[in-house]
Design a protein around this ligand. Structure first.
Ligand SMILES: *Cc1c(COP(=O)(O)O)cnc(C)c1O
Length: 431
């Protein structure tokens, strides 16, 4: 008798129906894949191992036999990622953005080193913080402790301008001069505006300090040519997720623009940071989908990225006009896929996010600059990349703003209106 799994299938069906048909998803780190990518994920590679690099006629670089086709595919995806990103190196093996960061941290940092990065309260990612992979600390009963004292990394955080949404370029340069860190990291998770990569990279290059740009959120905008290109401004390394504004399978990637002998040494350390440092097998079955998404972005990336940013600005304008303050108004709200809404006049960030979710509008609460308590933030972070990929435009952003303000200000339920609005946008586009 076969195993009974109907209850499991039901859960998956429920998720599928709810999140794909009923919900307007505004979580800034998520996206949907094209149907071609989704279909190809069911393949034999999900059963296989292929540690190492693709075998070539010149070199046997795998630890297993049977890798003929993953060799071909991984070489193709790596080559095309390099073309799309206009860079020198790409490692497509990390299975997430955090794992890409882990590989870089293992490669470039030794105990006692210093890292400069964005703090959480101005949008930094957990991996950039004392208890993340770059800090190598652990929190026990509320206390942040070194795993082993001699192994911990010292962290200092970038100074911002008074609005809290931009880094203060000259002050960042001073901090580099003062700390002489072993690694600097630009990029973050609440990410509205470009970073001063030019200025920071110039001083870092003068001191031989590697510059990492964490593009987890904005990779799709960069590769679509609609956000600063960190390599054009002097960064050495980019880490990213491949499933946020880059609309592919859930994986990570490390890109390099390394030329000098010293830089090439950094890259070979990163290579070992990926394998064996932070992974053995690299979840081969999502690599075909990654390769397909690279092709989709080659053709549609520019339009997709431009439409995302236009929608984010339209939504920011509409929500602010309707009476719920959107942050960074004096800077046009955003230059990315995200906006930040200040809900402090209407409730806590948590309460408002929950209330929106009860109407099938899915987002997350988030600290805004100046918030003191990470467990009680005053903001919402909103991303429009997924709804843009499903075909929504500025007109729908206006409708969405009305529905959101009805929930936030008037405490109304708009679930029926949300389901109706969503039902016109069931196809995944830009592919
Ligand atoms: C999301 C994110 C990551 C981690 O990516 P995962 O793919 O979720 O592991 C790393 N850095 C930043 C800035 C992020 O926002």
């Amino acid at each position: 008798m076969s195993v009974v799994t109907q209850d499991i299938l039901d859960i998956v069906q429920n998720q599928q129906r709810w999140r794909r048909q009923g919900c307007i998803n505004l979580i800034a780190s998520e996206n949907v894949q094209s149907s071609a990518v989704q279909q190809i994920e069911d393949n034999d590679f999900m059963c296989r191992y292929a540690e190492g690099h693709p075998n070539t006629p010149e070199a046997d670089q795998r630890y297993y036999e049977g890798t003929r086709f993953i060799d071909e595919l991984e070489a193709l995806a790596t080559r095309e990622m390099i073309d799309l990103a206009r860079c020198q190196q790409a490692d497509i093996r990390p299975i997430s953005g955090n794992q890409a960061n882990t590989a870089v941290a293992l490669a470039l940092l030794r105990g006692g080193d210093t890292v400069l990065c964005n703090s959480i309260d101005v949008g930094g990612h957990i991996s950039h913080n004392p208890i993340g992979v770059f800090g190598r600390r652990i929190q026990i009963r509320g206390q942040v402790l070194a795993l082993q004292k001699e192994n911990s990394i010292n962290m200092a955080f970038w100074p911002t301008t008074p609005d809290g949404y931009h880094l203060d370029g000259p002050a960042c340069v001073d901090l580099v001069e003062q700390k002489k860190p072993q690694l600097v990291i630009l990029g973050k998770s609440m990410f509205l505006f470009p970073e001063p990569v030019n200025q920071v990279a110039e001083v870092c290059r003068a001191h031989g300090i590697p510059v990492l740009y964490d593009a987890a959120h904005v990779l799709g905008l960069i590769l679509g040519g609609q956000f600063q290109h960190p390599f054009a401004e002097g960064a050495h390394l980019i880490t990213a997720s491949t499933h946020k504004t880059f609309p592919g399978p859930q994986r990570g990637v490390i890109l390099g623009n390394m030329n000098t002998p010293e830089e090439l040494k950094w890259w070979s350390s990163v290579d070992r940071g990926v394998m064996p440092g932070s992974s053995s097998n690299h979840h081969l079955h999502t690599i075909p989908g990654l390769a397909m998404t690279i092709r989709e972005m080659m053709v549609h990336g520019k339009n997709y990225a431009a439409d995302i940013i236009r929608n984010a600005q339209a939504l920011g304008t509409a929500i602010d006009t309707a009476g719920v303050p959107v942050e960074a108004k004096e800077f046009g709200f955003t230059k990315s896929h995200q906006i930040a809404i200040n809900v402090s006049s209407f409730g806590s960030g948590k309460e408002i996010a929950r209330r929106l979710a009860e109407s099938n509008i899915i987002s997350n609460y988030n600290m805004l600059p100046g918030d003191q308590d990470p467990r009680n933030p005053t903001g919402l972070r909103i991303g429009v990349q997924e709804m843009t990929r499903c075909g929504m435009g500025p007109e729908q952003m206006g409708e969405l703003a009305e529905l959101m303000t009805a929930v936030i200000v008037k405490q109304k339920s708009v679930i029926n209106e949300v389901v109706k609005l969503r039902s016109g946008f069931s196809e995944v586009l830009y592919c």
